[in-house]
Design a binder for this molecule. Structure first.
Ligand code: IPM
Ligand code: MN
Length: 339
């Protein structure tokens, strides 16, 4: 089946890595009709627009969105911090109700990692609530009596649907381990809601082995004993932070893929590498398209092209040759999916 894919290459190395991802997906047999959308820092600098309502409406008509990376070069002052994050990426996650951010981590060669420990886990990050809602305010700005509050919104429905998704996923995996990561000893209100919901849903999944870790302890385990984890479920902000850590200790941020999904398929889901725009690598061939290629495989799997997705995942089980450039890495996986 042909899928209509909106490609938001974005800034920096974004367009370079999405190009390789589409190339590998097509070589593996996917039939993709793509349309490029110019969005991100460069687009904002040119037009002062972040994401128009008409563009959002147009994006909603696609089967899926593949995104490269969004953001200005480090030190650039043309785009105030938060404008693109809130106005583009988070807007898409919220508007499309992409409440699951699924981030898999797999170590292919432990000798190449910082900790030399193999990681094989998936983090399910709640993606539409928590601190990302932006609740709070700044009082008496600019005075010595300033007060900033930054809340976190957690609804029973939002928490439960993320937890249920994680239980389903854990149940489908070999080890069937699910760990809730939170900070219930300090965040007593949200922690209570998360912990109670976790226990309640657990009673419906007797085959899943559950555990709980405070987020600070989880940071130690991720570095020292990552084999403790199979599936982790956590809130939006903890999920953001621990997935960068998981990426760093598993194989590096260049290998971290993600799927922002709405399991009910009320609209297109969004697939993107976890890494940023890395403007310093543009045109050098140093951008690693691995994470974008894996994100495309997750996209195809979600769209029902499961055999093609599995073929790409199988190809990705081998690391690209050391020193290969962006396009050479793409070519390497094209070769692996076609032979
Ligand atoms: C991520 C990113 C985003 C987030 C930023 C760019 C808003 O760090 O996808 O992990 O915080 O979720
Ligand atoms: Mn992040």
């Amino acid at each position: 089946m042909t899928h209509r894919i909106a490609v938001i290459g974005g800034d920096g190395i974004g367009p370079e890595v999405t190009k390789e991802a589409i190339k590998v997906a097509r070589a593996a047999g996917a039939s993709l009709e793509t349309q490029d959308f110019q969005l991100g820092a460069a687009h904002y600098e040119r037009t002062a627009e972040v994401l128009k309502d008409e563009t959002l409406a147009e994006l909603m008509s696609f089967d899926a969105i593949l995104l490269g990376a969004i953001g200005p070069a480090i030190g650039s002052t043309t785009v105030p911090s938060g404008i693109l994050e809130r106005g583009l990426l988070l807007k898409l996650r919220f508007a499309l109700d992409l409440y699951i951010n699924q981030r898999p981590f797999l170590t292919l060669d432990p000798t190449l990692t910082t900790t030399h420990k193999p990681v094989d886990m998936i983090v399910i990050r709640e993606n539409t609530e928590g601190a990302y809602v932006g609740e709070g305010g700044l009082l008496r700005k600019g005075t010595p009596y300033e007060v900033a509050t930054q809340g976190s919104v957690n609804t029973r429905n939002g928490v439960e649907r993320a937890i249920r998704f994680a239980f389903d996923l854990a149940q489908s995996r070999e080890r069937k381990l699910l760990t809730l990561v939170h900070k219930t000893n300090v965040l007593t209100y949200s922690g209570d809601l998360w912990y109670r919901t976790f226990l309640e849903v657990a009673s419906e999944y007797p085959a899943v082995i559950t555990s709980y870790n405070h987020v600070d302890a989880a940071c130690i385990y991720l570095v020292e004993a990552p084999e403790r984890y199979d599936v982790i479920v956590t809130d939006n902000l903890f999920g953001d932070i621990i997935t960068d850590l998981a990426a760093a200790v598993s194989q590096g941020i260049g290998y971290a893929a993600s799927a922002n999904i709405n399991p009910e398929r009320t609209g297109p889901s969004l697939f993107e590498p976890v890494h940023g725009a890395a403007h310093d690598r543009v045109g050098t061939g140093e951008a690693n398209p691995y994470a974008a290629i894996r994100s495309a495989a997750m996209m195809l799997d979600f769209l029902g092209d499961t055999a093609i997705a599995a073929k790409i995942e199988h190809a990705l089980a081998v690391l690209p040759p050391a020193g290969a450039t962006t396009t050479e890495i793409g070519d390497f996986y094209v070769e692996r999916v076609t032979h």
